[in-house]
Design a protein around this ligand. Structure first.
Ligand SMILES: Cc1cc2nc3c(=O)[nH]c(=O)nc-3n(C[C@H](O)[C@H](O)[C@H](O)COP(=O)(O)O)c2cc1C
Length: 165
């Protein structure tokens, strides 16, 4: 449906909402796959559920839909090169450039992840040019080191500054 809203105005408006950045990973028969994903949200506490929104063009989604399991890696402030590579370079070399290990759910976890959540694909909702993926969290981990997340605002990467205690 034509709304008359300019796509760049839309991107600037929604890009004013600061988010963290994740890499959503899964395991294909050829090895680990993953892509940079901003649209991650906590959905339900009991049971713990999350959602991501994936473009229908995503190659990683076809793996997720086949194996029905995926992992959300939340990046720390040093993760900008990871975020760029997992959006821009060929899928086959994304995990070659950045250290990772397999978690107990059989999905790749980036060594630089601030936290990770391994999920079962619970539901896929078809909305225009994207798919909303609901994930039931089965296992997770949090880094004991860094407490500094990577942030994204109006097309630029940045950090997070605490204002109070
Ligand atoms: C900062 C940033 C955030 C992104 N967030 C999303 C997102 O939420 N959903 C999505 O489908 N693609 C998102 N992308 C684009 C994908 O990372 C990119 O299209 C990637 O090449 C898809 O890889 P794939 O085809 O291997 O799945 C984002 C890219 C960047 C740089």
């Amino acid at each position: 449906m034509e709304t008359g809203i300019d796509i760049n105005d839309f991107k600037k408006a929604v890009g004013s909402f600061v988010t963290g950045i994740t890499v959503v990973s899964a395991t294909s028969k050829f090895g680990p796959v993953g892509f940079t994903c901003q649209s991650f949200t906590s959905l339900s506490l009991s049971p713990p559920m999350i959602l991501i929104s994936v473009a229908k063009t995503s190659r990683t989604y076809s793996t997720i839909s086949q194996c029905k399991r995926f992992c959300v890696n939340i990046l720390d402030v040093d993760g900008e090169p990871i975020a760029r590579d997992f959006a821009e370079v060929e899928p086959e070399i994304r995990f070659v450039k950045h250290p990772w290990k397999m978690n107990s759910g059989g999905n790749p976890v980036l060594a630089a992840a601030l936290a990770w959540l391994d999920c079962d694909l619970s539901e896929t909702i078809d909305v225009e040019d994207h798919l909303i993926i609901l994930g039931r969290v089965l296992t997770l981990g949090c880094s004991e080191g860094s407490e500094a997340p990577l942030a994204y605002f109006r097309g630029s990467f940045g950090g997070f500054k605490k204002l109070s205690r």
